[in-house]
Design a protein around this ligand. Sequence first.
Ligand SMILES: [Zn+2]
Length: 155
Amino acid sequence: MANFMQQAVDEAVQGVQKGDGGPFGALVVKDGQIIASGHNMVLITKDPTAHAEVTAIRMACAKLGTFDLKGCVLYTSCHPCPMCMGASLWARLDAVYYAATPEQAANVGFDDKAFYDYINSPNKNEEMCRLEHVEIDQYLKPFELWSSLESKTPY
Ligand SMILES: [Zn+2]
């Protein structure tokens, strides 16, 4: 376990040295084998979703040819932000192991506590991002279509 975490931290260091993005690295591991490793690529890709965990999950899925990472675990150099935790849940990872704490990340300018607070009560934090329900005719049509499909791939 320590070995994999060391590699996630090394990946984070390499990302900073290359100038690719923030100081974060992650690995997806299955049956004791590294499937994919990635670091934060936000700066180089100009993609705010290119966090280390998302990058590693995308690479692991591409490599394994699946959207389902059940049986895999994620090692990340830092506690995941809400997006990365969501991605881990959607990927059905068995576990997420992290090294640096949210407080330690906040000390170097990466404070996602506000995002966790927002998710708990978005209506109290409208100045951060307005979230509003907009009902139009037929807005449930995609769900009805999905439900009526004879053969579909649930995930
Ligand atoms: Zn993240």
